[in-house]
Design a binder for this molecule. Structure first.
Ligand code: SF4
Length: 251
């Protein structure tokens, strides 16, 4: 069994593949990229002169990290053990955005640890983009008590930090993980099932954004892993396509 198949088995996708003899192409075919609107094409064209992918000044990352670490802009500052800034390759072309730190993340200071984090790692590795090659952050940098959903004012307070991370990272693609992150970033209440399978646009730079399920949800609902795998293949396909284009400007 190949290493990739081993990861797919971890995801619980191996059995599904065995039961479903349909060619892989039919699986990939569902999520058809949406046509890029003219304004977005214009932005992409304007960015042709953008510098080649390279890490932003480490001092800028460090300054932002330190600013976040002492932030008291919202009431979540009072209950946190520490802020959870983000982790990964600062030259990454893929930015994974989750909802908010949970208990484990608050304790360790890193997003997506624990069982959900392990599953996310397997998903990323199966997709061909291991954790160490992407950047991972959350909408919120502090843990909401009792793992409740973020409140609008908390998300609004924290959004500038995510925006500055985006400006430093300049990813080609965002993968929004889970309903809360997807709805928050896209400012919609559309169910996640209807947000999947298409390329959305995020922020002033109209960055491509794809939605998939949160690994914690997949642990509770393993039957949905097949859909998550379709999403990941869509991400891989889109990244390959986007590499042929200049990076979009962020502002
Ligand atoms: S959640 Fe964000 S805005 Fe609120 S205190 Fe933490 S870092 Fe600041």
């Amino acid at each position: 069994m190949s290493r990739r198949d081993q990861y797919l088995e971890v995801l619980g996708i191996d059995q599904w593949r065995t039961r479903s003899p349909a060619p892989a192409a039919s699986v990939v075919a569902r999520p058809v990229p949406v046509p890029v609107p003219a304004p977005v094409r214009a932005v992409l064209h304007q960015s042709a002169a953008a510098p080649a992918r390279e890490a932003a000044n480490p001092a800028l990352w460090q300054a932002l990290r330190e600013e976040v670490s002492v932030c008291t802009r919202c009431e979540l500052a009072r209950g946190r053990t520490q802020t959870v800034f983000g982790v990964g390759d600062t030259r990454a072309e893929l930015l994974v955005i989750g909802e908010a730190p949970g208990v484990d993340e608050d304790r360790q200071g890193e997003p997506f640890v624990g069982r959900a984090g392990q599953l996310l790692n397997s998903m990323l590795r199966a997709m061909g983009h291991p954790r160490e090659t992407v950047y991972i952050a959350n909408v919120l940098k502090c843990r909401p008590p009792g793992n409740r959903d973020p409140r609008p004012e908390e998300s609004a307070s924290c959004r500038p930090f995510l925006q500055r991370q985006l400006e430093l990272l300049r990813p080609r693609l965002i993968l929004a993980v889970g309903r809360i992150a997807a709805q928050n970033l896209l400012e919609t209440d559309t169910p996640i099932g209807r947000l999947r399978g298409q390329v959305h646009r995020f922020g002033a730079g109209a960055l491509p954004l794809i939605v998939t399920y949160h690994p914690a949800y997949l642990l509770r609902s393993p039957g949905e892993k097949r859909k998550a795998w379709i999403d990941l293949k869509f991400v891989r396909q889109e990244l390959a396509r986007l590499r042929q284009q200049p990076l979009a400007a962020l502002s």
